[in-house]
Design a protein around this ligand. Structure first.
Ligand code: CMP
Length: 279
């Protein structure tokens, strides 16, 4: 077990004394997962509590109006505790945005530790309340009749599945900057439900980021999405992820180039463009 694990556990549970912490260090495991791995599935039984050591995860809730990203978590943050504390099914999907490393604590061990250290429950409850409150504020902004703040305007991200590692990272960084996005992170399932969800998301979104690459410009789904946006006369910001032959209808729109550019600068440029358009 590495010092990193111990340090991370101590930072997460500062209430534990050195002996108790040693016991916990021996009881957990550190595991690496590739981008796109779903660590928690909404509606399923929770068996594990996670602390994120490296990388980012997105938190998604599925409802009648499709899938919404409700949060993005980074190193040092934890998740998967709600179902364990409340003895209820997982209330969200948690998906690795890029490659991640997590500390996993099994439900039984977690239960044992919170039983003998009730201060942990108080701390976890505070964190959960904070998250739920910020989600409630976001939901309130989306209610009809409630004045919509400019940052409540949603950006649809259209991309080719092959580019998902880049796109997931980009999406998380936009969320962290307060930009509301819609991004499908589920595998495409055949059937009408899927296209209905995409349709609803396209209608609800005020602007689109289309991520261009050799894969994206030959994707039928991506083309359908940006064509629909053009028809609806809604703003599109093309993002050039990899050099490719840009479709002529998109050439007249100024793009943000990530290909061959400094990532951070391109990101700031994109954020500025989206904010100018009201995101
Ligand atoms: P759990 O319900 O066990 O599994 C999914 C996890 O996602 C959940 O625990 C929380 O840790 C996390 N989660 C759920 N909803 C939110 C939210 N609104 N904001 C941030 N994290 C959340």
């Amino acid at each position: 077990m590495t010092d990193d694990t111990r340090g991370m556990l101590r930072a997460t549970f500062p209430q534990l004394n050195a002996d108790t912490l040693d016991g916990l260090v021996r009881a957990v495991r550190t595991v690496a997962y590739p981008a796109g791995t779903r660590l928690c599935t909404q509606g399923e039984e929770g068996r594990t509590f996670y602390i994120l050591v490296q990388g980012h995860v997105g938190v998604f809730q599925r409802g009648e109006r499709g899938t919404q990203q409700v949060d993005s978590l980074g190193p040092g943050q934890f998740f998967g505790g709600m179902s364990l504390l409340m003895d209820q099914p997982r209330n969200a999907d948690v998906v690795a945005s890029g490659d991640v490393q997590v500390i996993e604590i099994d439900r039984e061990i977690f239960a044992q530790y919170i039983k003998s250290n009730p201060q942990i429950v108080v701390m976890l409850n505070q964190q959960l309340l904070q998250r739920v409150l910020s989600q409630e504020q976001r939901l309130l902004r989306a209610l009809p009749g409630v004045p919509t703040e400019p940052d409540a305007r949603q950006v649809f991200i259209s991309y080719a599945r092959e580019d998902q590692a880049f796109v997931y990272r980009l999406a998380d960084e936009l969320v962290q900057r307060g930009i509301a996005i819609w991004l499908d992170r589920q595998q495409i399932k055949p059937g009408s439900l899927w296209s209905e969800q995409i349709q609803a998301a396209l209608d609800r979104s005020h602007m689109m980021v289309v991520v261009l690459s050799p894969q994206a410009v030959v994707s039928r789904n991506v083309a359908d999405e940006w064509h629909y946006f053009l028809d609806e006369d809604k703003p599109i910001v093309p993002v050039l992820y990899e050099l490719c032959r840009v479709p002529f209808q998109l050439r007249r729109i100024q793009h943000v180039a990530f290909a061959g550019a400094d990532y951070e600068q391109a990101l700031e440029q994109l954020v500025a463009r989206l904010r100018d358009s009201g995101a």
